[in-house]
Design a protein around this ligand. Structure first.
Ligand SMILES: [Zn+2]
Length: 131
């Protein structure tokens, strides 16, 4: 706000802090948020597609999402993740071929490099436990 406008509005610079108006959301910000929302929805759909392909079971240990537990302690559905076989940090893409359903524990193990997962997730994966 210019000094002239502040004078007209009888607002001194010292009280502008208290009276600061909430900035309007710009069209660019709205567009950016809409784009982000659309992208998030697309990724959520892709993740669901991957979970369904894998029967909501971990591709490493076979543990299910609680409804289809095959062995051991059943896990709840949110304990399954979609893992990027080629890490996103290494340019891995959001495709069903690059995404595999893994449980929380196996996901930790993969990122701790105790398990190596490679291959095409739409086909058979190569899973190696590192001693
Ligand atoms: Zn697992």
């Amino acid at each position: 706000m210019t000094r002239a406008r502040l004078r007209r509005a009888r607002i001194t610079p010292s009280c502008t802090l208290k009276r600061r108006a909430v900035p309007k959301t710009s069209a660019a910000t709205k567009a950016r948020r809409a784009k982000k929302r659309a992208e998030d929805e697309k990724l959520a759909k892709l993740r669901d597609q991957v979970f369904e392909r894998d029967g909501f079971c971990c591709r490493v240990c076979g543990r299910g999402s609680g409804f289809t537990a095959t062995h051991g302690k059943p896990i709840v559905w949110h304990d399954i993740h979609a893992h990027h076989i080629k890490f996103r940090s290494q340019g891995g893409k959001h495709t069903t071929a690059n995404l595999a359903t893994v449980c929380l524990l196996c996901h930790d193990a993969i990122h701790a490099r105790r398990v190596r997962v490679s291959g095409n997730a739409d086909e058979a994966l190569d899973i190696r436990w590192v001693a």
